[in-house]
Design a protein around this ligand. Sequence first.
Ligand code: SAM
Ligand code: FES
Length: 356
Amino acid sequence: MIETMIPDVGDVARWIDEARHLDRRAVLDLLALPRAALFAAADSLRRARMGDDVFLRGIVEFSNICTNDCLYCGIRRSAEPTRRYRMELDEILDVAGRMARWQQKTIVLQSGELASAAEDRRIGEIVRRIKETTDLAVTLSAGNRPRSVYAQWRDCGMDRYLLRFETSDPKLFRYLHPDCTLEERLRCLHDLRSLGVQVGSGFMIGVPGETLGILADNILLCRDLDLDMIGIGPFISHPGTPLASQANAYAEDTAMYFVAMAVLRLVNPDSHIPATTAFDAILPHEGRDLCLQRGANVFMPNNTPGRYRRDYQLYPNKPCVDEDGLQCSQCVAARIWALGRMIGDGPGHSHKTHDL
Ligand code: SAM
Ligand code: FES
């Protein structure tokens, strides 16, 4: 019975229709499928819907200043003694200017969250200057902001926004985020969509308190939000946070991280799904490659200048902290080619159309 739920490439159209109607029980069944068959199905569906190209989104962690105190996060407001930094416009433009040589067509600008009109204007200016001086698509990831700020950034040229909902369980969300509610986070995602911005979201896998039911709901919420891109990665406990002693909910069965990735693809056939950095922290040099073989089609090389990387440690064992953008881009290309895949040409915009 369960076997019939594994989509095969020849039946893609039927599966896509079925995926739209899956409920929590059905997703729980997918999470329990034999793993080799599940991974193969996710890989087939990824190939059928997204192709073999791997799109690169180069990430620049441009500031670690944050006024939030998310319980899990290594750069939270109370995290000490992190050196706080903020990259200057020229430094960011310098990185952006090199990216074409690294075959990267999208820059992802990520930072902590700062409720400051001056910083909002500065970020808008950064986006505007990148659009004026390069052909890059620009993704921002700077937390919850009012709709008017998102509109201001879109008018400066922002193409996409990345804001994970982290968990679909409102109580667990509130516990993890003293400064924000799930409702507020979802309001931000809705505002971004209504502004015509491509929307990325996602969740951490295995935050303390997560059940399999919540994991299934997380996957379904990604589908119901009709996301253009979905980033998920294992929760990794950071020693400088209140969750220091809390293990990942799947610590005894770490293959569950990849099960989540594969089921995410089955339920979201047409979304871009990155192989996120946290998988490499769990399985060094290998985690992201396995993601690319289990549903993912995007890779996010780290372009943050080496001198800042140690100050953006969201979790321990974050890879590449001693490298620079050039080294990361060479390493990423080699990894993609070793899988028999190619680097995607073009910006890798969303495959979706949304009724606004
Ligand atoms: N301020 C923006 C925001 O909140 O969306 C972007 C920065 S935030 C540090 C980026 C992502 O890092 C979060 O969405 C979260 O999922 C992830 N993250 C933070 N701490 C983590 C941890 N301990 N383990 C795994 N992922 C973590
Ligand atoms: Fe602000 Fe993590 S708590 S970026």
